[in-house]
Write a protein that binds this ligand. Sequence first.
Ligand code: TXA
Ligand code: MG
Length: 320
Amino acid sequence: MILSTERLLPDAQGYARAAEILHEGGRVAFPTETVYGLGGDARNDMAVAGIFEAKGRPRFNPLIVHVESAQAAQAYVAWSDLAERLARAFWPGPLTMVLPLKPDTGLSPLVTAELPTLAIRVPAHPVAQALLRTFGGPVAAPSANPSGRISPTLAAHVLAGLDGRIEAVLDGGACDVGVESTILGLADGPVLLRPGGIAAEEIEAVIGAPVGHHAEGSAISAPGQLASHYAPGASVRLNAETRQDGELLLGFGPVACDLNLSPKGDLREAAANLFGHLHALDGQGADAIAVSPIPDTGLGRAINDRLRRAAAPRPGTDRP
Ligand code: TXA
Ligand code: MG
């Protein structure tokens, strides 16, 4: 669908409109001190699915949640003395901490890609701060570029890649850091998951010990890259036109089925429903879940990526 992307200015009217769009489940690109982020309400499945759709991300990578303060962060993650020290030293600023996710936070499972951890940060850019305060909730935001393209540091870069694909961009001029935040894993010992706006040495100075290092991508995406991941208890059969004996059918489009990802065949709606529907069918005690064919275009590629992992042979079992 082609949208008319609103250009918003960083004034009271612009913030109010941006917050309204976020409350409605829309996407607003906004400046942070690192790069422009593509924001959506982190509690809204459709909003988060819409972020992946606009970026054309082939896979549901977990997203960073942006909040206005360290205190707000503690509603979502298990806090620690170390997290407190790092927050005092570097927040607001370009440090993302990966911490254990608290139960029942109300965040969309698409945000964490169902990992038991959450990446969270408090951006320092005054426009990001004002937006978060006006909106009053958690904003999930990857960099505001089409998947595989370079990250945007100007509203014009955002529009070059995403004009007509997102509801609005809040123009706050150039981002001064220009590279993404440093991602530090704290769930099991401090590990540098992605180098970024804050040097490892600065972090080590605060921690008082060396941090472990991981090549970019490897540690971060490892859980999602395992062939068998996100697997429900039931076995999963893909590209099913009909239901076989003992199967529950997860449909897509106008088909007779047990649960439908999107009766009207909308990929964004299907992505928003994917995890919830798999859990629901699993919860019905299905031995096997058959899934209708999903077009392998746009958000369908991310859905199929995830479904293939759910259907893959599982280590340690003889079940397909
Ligand atoms: O500076 C930034 O961090 C920018 C601005 C917009 O805040 N955002 C950004 O987001 O770079 P994105 O989606 O392009 O990169 C987020 C990275 C991904 O590599 C993802 O795998 C990792 O964070 N990530 C998210 N949640 C994670 C988790 N629970 N554990 C490990 N890595 C995680
Ligand atoms: Mg990115």
